[in-house]
Design a binder for this molecule. Structure first.
Ligand SMILES: Cc1cc2nc3c(=O)[nH]c(=O)nc-3n(C[C@H](O)[C@H](O)[C@H](O)COP(=O)(O)O)c2cc1C
Length: 160
């Protein structure tokens, strides 16, 4: 099986998670595609597709939203899995973020979905982002909270 992990990432966490997923997928030749660099990847060459986006202010990236909209017909023909990266602490809000991140048709078609956790990387944030996170998360320390267990479960479902 040929698989693609297609993602958008602002500060690199979703890229990191894409690499983690790639390392755990079995029996697949995996391409990792950054939508910032490859605007229109040729989806015909893949049997399975994993989509990943980070969440800012409750929403997925505009680039990923546009990509899903433009390719919905093809994506619903593939073995599909969806994940998000975020630092929302509340479990039901995490689920809401995941639900809102991708079109309903993709959720219905997906074999697995995942809240993969995230990171605050203060050194990569701009002034405004730093101020927002300091106020909301009440910290100015970089922290990594990538959820390896969730990622394992996610990949197990894909590997079935
Ligand atoms: C300004 C700002 C706003 C954020 N808003 C949210 C949010 O609404 N929900 C959430 O789950 N995570 C939020 N996050 C956390 C990011 O999703 C997290 O840092 C993620 O790991 C970023 O991934 P990336 O580097 O791939 O873009 C926010 C982070 C920043 C800096």
């Amino acid at each position: 099986m040929r698989a693609a992990i297609i993602y958008t990432s602002k500060h690199g966490t979703t890229a990191k998670v894409a690499q983690m997923i790639a390392g755990r997928l079995t029996g697949s030749q995996v391409s990792i595609i950054d939508l910032k660099k490859v605007k229109c990847p040729d989806l015909n060459s893949f049997d399975g597709i994993v989509l990943g986006t980070s969440i800012y202010a409750g929403t997925s990236s505009k680039t990923m939203q546009r990509f899903c909209k433009d390719n919905i017909a093809v994506l619903t023909q593939k073995r599909l899995a969806l994940f998000i990266c975020g630092m929302e602490p509340d479990t039901s809000k995490r689920q809401q973020e995941l639900t809102n991140a991708y079109p309903q048709a993709l959720h219905q078609h997906a074999v697995s979905t995942c809240f993969a956790g995230g990171e605050f990387q203060f050194e990569k944030m701009n002034f405004f982002e730093r101020a927002i996170i300091k106020r909301i998360a009440k910290t100015d320390k970089s922290v990594s909270d990538i959820n390896s267990d969730n990622i394992d479960r996610f990949v197990q479902e894909i590997n079935k």
